[in-house]
Design a protein around this ligand. Structure first.
Ligand code: GDP
Length: 448
């Protein structure tokens, strides 16, 4: 799938900046650059990890003045000889240099090909390589913390520890097979079960963390729900500090769900402003309400807005029951209109119009997301591929446990344990296929 014998080149920076960087990697990287680079010495004679000033020339014409940084195998990002050319950020200059590099023997890199080479050279495992893409895409302190922890290898270390324990169990069982005539048990079944249950508990913890990890990476979904005219759109505008949602006095105007994002103290929230919840015969409005309910079902936080003047107890509870990982925040709106108001327990009194109670509401939103685990170094799984592999590993472990409890023979047990190992191995890339690699790296940007 990825040919690593040739030399690749690609821009590593997005266009529009003052400076651009073009990256070249592969066995011929330095020689290719020397064909178009004119400096005080050849790059081939330049020590590794040194920057040299020079010109890129096309025949007699100077294309640009550049800085060339030389890296030598195996101590480079890709593990290969590499050069990074920093040039001026003109899209013309960049495309000219790339054209010259191609003529000099480099080919255009596929998306993610530099990182794929780093993985294939053993510079990082697959989970770490995926974290590189997450880091580039990270847009909040929390998603950044997720990516950097995974890049440092925290998750990979957890998986290796699990893998070692499983391998030990499997090898004890396999030893029994060698002595099958003698009917010995090297692996005490009670102990074996204890260890398998511990591994299962660890897998469960990792699986559970995905709900938080996924929310932090994609943005924590907040569904703003409540009766028409309760002030949902006004509240969303107030939270965002901008006039983005439509505000109207006509009940039922917000027919389409609107999504807006907001960073509160390092966590990205995705707000879903929704059509008013009320019983209606209008088909279009009915559809909006159904979308509301679907969005609320996906959201991690339900922010229910009630008009302080309405009798909350009289309005029917249209919300489906909350899931374990969902939190409800109750906001009683338009308190500016009430001189005396007793709030229900746990509810926040706000005025979306006048901005009263909005800071407290922001705090309540932030507090509804528990990032303790993330900032205290626990592994938080944030990639669906990893979650699926962990869930498959858990299912295989359950089969092994069932086989153990049923007193099944050692070879069957060891086979199931190897299935668990297989699924865990796909996460870090000990076990991989071209298809898996293709899927992962095709989502990267060019030049990474
Ligand atoms: P939605 O249907 O729930 O989205 O409600 P809107 O945000 O469109 O608001 C309905 C009406 O209530 C508008 O006329 C708003 O100006 C008004 N409104 C919203 N919030 C407040 C508030 O805090 N105080 C007062 N007095 N009026 C508000």
């Amino acid at each position: 799938m990825f040919d690593t014998h040739d030399t690749i080149a690609a821009p590593a920076t997005a266009s529009g900046g003052a400076v651009a960087m073009i990256r070249i990697s592969g066995p011929e990287a330095i020689a290719v650059c020397d064909r178009i680079f004119r400096g005080s010495a050849r790059l081939a004679d330049t020590p590794a990890y040194t920057v040299r000033f020079g010109r890129i020339t096309d025949g007699g014409r100077t294309v640009d003045e550049v800085l060339a940084t030389v890296f030598r195998a195996p101590r480079s990002y890709t593990g290969e000889d590499s050069v990074e050319l920093s040039c001026h950020g003109s899209s013309y200059v960049v495309s000219e240099i790339l054209r010259l590099l191609h003529a000099a023997g480099a080919r255009t890199a596929e998306p993610g090909e530099f990182t794929a080479r780093a993985f294939l050279a053993g510079k990082m495992d697959l989970a770490q390589a995926e974290a590189v893409a997450d880091l580039i895409a990270s847009s909040s302190r929390a998603s950044h913390a997720l990516a950097t922890a995974q890049m440092r290898g925290g998750f990979s270390d957890d998986l290796h520890a699990l893998r070692d324990r499983l391998l030990h169990l499997a090898s004890l069982l396999e030893l029994e097979l060698d002595f099958s005539e003698e009917d010995v048990e090297f692996a005490d079944r009670t102990q074996l079960r204890g260890v398998m249950e511990e591994i299962g508990a660890k897998l469960d913890t990792l699986c559970r963390s995905f709900s938080l990890g996924n929310a932090l990476k994609q943005g924590v979904g907040v569904a703003i729900v409540g009766a028409p005219n309760a002030g949902k759109s006004t509240l969303l505008n107030r939270l965002l500090g901008e006039e983005r949602a439509m505000v109207s006095d006509i009940a039922g105007t917000t027919r389409d769900a609107i999504e807006e994002t907001l960073d509160i103290d390092g966590v990205l929230f995705r707000f879903i402003d929704t059509a008013g919840l009320r019983r209606t015969d209008d088909r279009l409005e009915r559809m909006g309400i159904e979308r509301t309910l679907a969005a609320a079902a996906r959201a991690r936080i339900i922010l229910r807005v009630t008009d302080a003047a309405d009798d909350a107890a009289a309005s029917p509870p249209l919300l489906p029951p909350l899931r374990d990982d969902q939190r409800l925040i109750e906001a009683i709106n338009k308190i500016d209109r009430c001189s005396r108001l007793t709030l229900p327990a746990g509810a926040l009194g706000i005025s979306a119009r006048d901005g009263i109670g909005i800071d407290a509401l922001r705090r309540a939103l932030r507090d509804a997301v528990d990032t303790e685990a993330l900032y205290h170094g626990d592994t938080v799984v944030s990639t669906a591929r990893h979650y699926n592999a962990l869930a498959s590993a858990r299912a295989a472990l359950d089969r092994a446990l069932a086989a153990l409890c049923a007193g099944r023979p050692a070879d069957l047990l060891s086979e199931e344990l190897h299935h668990v190992l297989h699924h865990l191995g796909t996460i870090t890339g000990e076990i991989t296929t071209d298809e898996i690699l293709g899927n992962i790296f095709s989502k990267f940007c060019i030049g990474k």
